[in-house]
Design a protein around this ligand. Structure first.
Ligand code: ACM
Length: 266
């Protein structure tokens, strides 16, 4: 299964140019599953609800989503992308799974980071797992968004539902997620795909430097993909997702069966 990520620098408030850049980066690439960064249509540092309104999109009728749906069909591949979503006069920091047949599944970020709390409504649904099917067979995948990684329960919730690949659109500004994803992958024996963005945004008295260095990690903790800090790039790797179904660390240790739920506090 050809799986990977796209890393780029979105232009703030310009969904059209962001769509064009993504399309041109994806053009030469074959993939079964590709993951794009968080808020890939809009950029990150909002300073007003007018800006949010101008860059957010209702999924049905969104030019950004329609363009990616066409790519998914043409490439016969699945796309996971961050989206600044508008729905019922609310704004969500969302991730979409777009299938080659045009079906769209939505996850809305449940752990909002810092100033995101001012703009977005947190998701109220538990992270879900979807079975995707192609020439690679049937594979279960889940989505979480950026800061969700800080709450190990998010990845665990996906893994316990059978996720073999955790897709992780991100706009990372702290320096340690890329290393921490080693733990999320190993402790759940899953593949993780963290698609980060690059660049800086300096708006409304706030300056954020995004850390790039997108990573994909295997269930055994191998870094299968490591992007550079500033690269605008698509990187893919061939994986065997069946590896993520084996939860044994040793012949006598199954990481799910060995859990001592009666001793844990949530
Ligand atoms: C983040 O959750 N975008 C840091």
């Amino acid at each position: 299964m050809i799986t990977g990520l796209l890393q780029f620098e979105p232009e703030f408030g310009n969904p059209k140019s962001n769509t064009e850049k993504i399309l041109s980066l994806l053009e030469p690439v074959e993939f079964d599953l590709i993951v794009l960064p968080e808020l890939a249509n809009s950029g990150y540092l909002f300073t007003s609800f007018d800006e949010l309104e101008n860059s957010s999109e209702v999924i049905s009728g969104s030019n950004f989503v329609n363009a990616l749906t066409e790519v998914a069909a043409k490439k016969n591949g699945f796309i996971v992308t961050g989206l600044c979503e508008k729905s019922d006069d609310k704004y969500f920091n969302s991730s979409l799974l777009i299938t080659p047949s045009g079906k769209i599944h939505t996850y809305r970020k449940i752990h909002l980071f810092d100033t995101e709390k001012k703009w977005f409504t947190p998701g109220s649904d538990s992270p879900a797992v979807y079975e995707i099917e192609g020439s690679f067979g049937k594979v279960s995948i889940g989505m979480m968004i950026c800061f969700d990684w800080f709450f190990p329960e998010t990845a665990r919730t996906l893994a316990l539902q059978g996720a073999q690949i955790i897709c992780h659109p991100s706009n990372l500004v702290l320096s340690y997620c890329q290393r921490a994803m080693f733990a999320r992958a190993v402790e759940n024996r899953v593949f993780t795909v963290t698609a980060n963005r690059t660049g800086t945004e300096d708006r409304g008295g706030n300056r954020l430097e995004f850390t790039g260095q997108s990573v994909m990690v295997s269930p055994k903790g191998q870094y299968l993909i490591e992007a550079g800090k500033n690269d605008e790039v698509v990187m893919t790797v061939e994986i065997d997702p069946l590896l993520a179904l084996d939860k044994h660390v040793t012949g006598s240790n199954n990481i799910f069966e060995d859990r001592r739920k009666e001793l844990y506090k949530l």
